[in-house]
Design a protein around this ligand. Structure first.
Ligand code: BG6
Length: 367
């Protein structure tokens, strides 16, 4: 059932182009002008009544929610907060009937997430679930459900579920924007057209897996590394760091690139690997100056950057892995792929059980 792959994780990484297509299927008009989410029962009036959004999730789904915050704020101009579910209830969040609470859960059974959903409903909020499992607890209890059609995910480390959650957020962001009139038609068409390219762009990254295996082998001898980025690149950095820790047990820290100098820059020593995400054109200059700060302290920097920006970026870094360029907001759906492969090969290099890392479970039903 691994379909010729050595591990479920690798199979699931390679299933992502299909997962993107399946999650978009029937939801994007043929002319790429609009999104239709018939499963969402909100009326236009209800959508217009949303004053704020809370995104609540655990683990990798939380990291999708960090991207979701930027997507919804940029596209729909509604303020969004993203919380880990185990913290959400205990901070006395201000949940009102005009709050939309979005719970994100691959399994739909995570106890912390379910408890947050129930708290939200008790306070009169409308709850939208983004989940991969039809009929799961979260799907049953939410008011609206947006299914990610990633198919069953077996490996504990989430890959195709995470990226399908990103696709769901993009679709939902456009859905809100077209109802609220917060995006020009041309901008909506641009996003939806670019989304159709994502599966092929992911395929192009997958074809480079041999290069990423080499990167992973060189990382696997280290005890510590950093992931840095700004904006959605920082959200992806956090996911990349988590993925690597989960399955290779190599410690890493994800830092907002500009915050490093206010924090743990002292930990950057000679030879330490730093993986820098550099996909946001408007932030290039700032991120590159942060890269210079770590280079000056001896870091070995690998940049994940857009094809076409090599000339600009490569002079500041030691290695560059180019990814196909998409719109800045969509880049997480491409830039996370090399990080997933690096984690996979690093786990293999250290001889771990890739699909079943120690101490972790696929679905956690205790709080
Ligand atoms: C965990 C898994 O504990 O639950 C993570 O090990 C996962 O990989 C997290 O991201 C959340 O799971 P779910 O099913 O709610 O998305």
């Amino acid at each position: 059932e691994k379909a010729g792959f050595d591990h479920f994780m690798l199979k699931e990484i390679y299933e992502q182009p299909k997962a993107y297509r399946d999650t978009m299927r029937g939801r994007v008009s043929e002319d790429n002008n609009s999104v239709s989410l018939t499963e969402i029962g909100m009326t236009a009036e209800q959508v217009k009544g949303i004053r704020k959004v809370h995104i609540v999730a655990c683990g990798t789904a939380y990291h999708a929610g960090l991207v979701g915050k930027t997507v919804i704020e940029r596209m729909a101009r509604i303020p969004v907060e993203t919380d880990v579910a185990s913290e959400y209830r205990y901070r006395s969040p201000i949940i009102t009937p005009d709050t939309l609470v979005i719970v994100v859960s691959q399994s739909g059974e995570t106890a912390d997430t379910l408890a947050a959903l129930r708290e939200a409903k008790r306070n009169g909020a409308r709850v939208l679930a983004i989940t991969n499992v039809v009929g799961s607890s979260v799907a049953r209890e939410a008011d609206d459900v947006l299914i990610t059609w990633a198919g069953p995910e077996i490996a504990v480390a989430s890959t195709k579920a995470y990226t399908s959650q990103l696709i769901a957020f993009y679709l939902f962001g456009v859905y809100l924007a077209q109802t609220l009139g917060t995006m020009e038609q041309a901008a909506i068409t641009e996003v939806l057209t670019a989304m159709q390219q994502l599966p092929e762009q992911v395929e192009a990254v997958l074809e480079q897996s041999a290069v990423l295996k080499q990167v992973a082998d060189s990382i696997a001898v280290h005890k510590n590394l950093f992931f840095i980025g700004r904006g959605v690149d920082f959200a992806v950095a956090q996911e990349g760091s988590l993925k690597l820790k989960e399955i290779s047990y190599i410690h890493s820290e994800a830092y907002a690139a500009g915050e490093l100098k206010h924090g743990t820059l002292a930990l950057i020593e000679d030879g330490i690997p730093v993986i820098a995400l550099v996909t946001q054109e408007e932030l290039y200059e700032k991120t590159l100056s942060n890269i210079k700060e770590v280079k000056a302290r001896g870091a070995h920097v690998l940049a994940i950057a857009n094809a076409g920006s090599e000339v600009e970026v490569s002079k500041s870094v030691d290695e560059l892995f180019a990814i196909p360029k998409t719109l800045p907001i969509l880049s997480p759906a491409v830039s996370v792929i090399p990080l997933q492969l690096i984690s996979y090969y690093a786990s293999l290099a250290v001889g771990n059980d890739v699909d079943k890392p120690r101490n972790l479970a696929k679905s956690v039903t205790v709080e």
